[in-house]
Design a protein around this ligand. Structure first.
Ligand code: ZN
Length: 223
């Protein structure tokens, strides 16, 4: 048995908060696997496990996979050796109902320290960051008109540095879509954040600084 507590990390934050980058940093620094519900779902479906077959039925109809099914897959996943010292969870728990299931898991309730880290960014900043993204439909390069500006512009159109294709704004990065995603985020994450707060495991970091600085704040919490 290990005598140090498992590190269980839940990353929270609106779209554009840089969760993906921080997840990669955390994984490397603390040697814990990054477990996303999307991935374990695909994995179970690809391997044709009983849970995967069951989940596929819902997805086939265009329905959301029910919480308890996702939860069963997660329970399987954390049994694997690489989770012995902890795990970084991505996409679970998603709401306060799932949070209760999460805290009831033996993996979480025994010998573990849970840290729910909220990367805090005002809505206006999210809109500013995402709406300035530009995308190359041909080589898939991503630019940002604030900090990764394409060199060439023809008329109103920016041109890909890489391959010379005219850049586009993806639907996900259109202001109306961003506002909708923010609304969804606040509706679902609000109660979840309250839940973590009540359990005394919520930590807020400011997302208004550089990626490196956000990570420094996270390291202080996790060390
Ligand atoms: Zn390109």
């Amino acid at each position: 048995m290990i005598d140090t507590k498992k590190r269980i990390v839940v990353l929270l934050g609106p779209p554009g908060a840089g969760k993906g980058t921080q997840a990669a940093y955390i994984k490397e620094r603390f040697h814990i696997p990054h477990i996303s519900t999307g991935e374990i779902l695909r994995d179970n479906i690809d391997k044709g496990t009983p849970l995967g077959i069951e989940a596929n039925k819902f997805m086939h109809k265009g329905d959301l996979v029910p919480d308890d099914l996702v939860f069963d897959m997660l329970k399987d996943r954390v049994q694997q050796n690489d989770c012995a010292h902890g795990a970084l969870l991505d996409g679970f728990p998603r709401n306060d109902d799932q949070a209760e299931m999460f805290f009831n898991m033996e993996y979480v309730s025994t010998n573990a320290k849970v840290s729910a880290i909220l990367i805090d960014i005002p809505d206006e900043e999210v809109i500013k960051r995402l709406s300035n993204r530009r995308y190359c439909p041909s080589c898939k390069s991503i630019y940002n008109l604030i900090h990764k500006v394409p060199k060439k512009k023809v008329g109103n159109a920016f041109i890909c540095d890489n391959c010379g294709t005219e850049l586009i704004i993806r639907d996900d990065d259109k202001v109306e879509t961003i506002k909708n995603r923010l609304k969804v985020f606040h509706n679902t994450a609000g109660p979840l954040i309250d839940y973590f707060n009540k359990k005394n495991v919520l930590y807020k970091v400011s997302g208004m600084t550089s990626l490196e600085d956000v990570f420094k704040q996270i390291v202080k919490i996790l060390e």
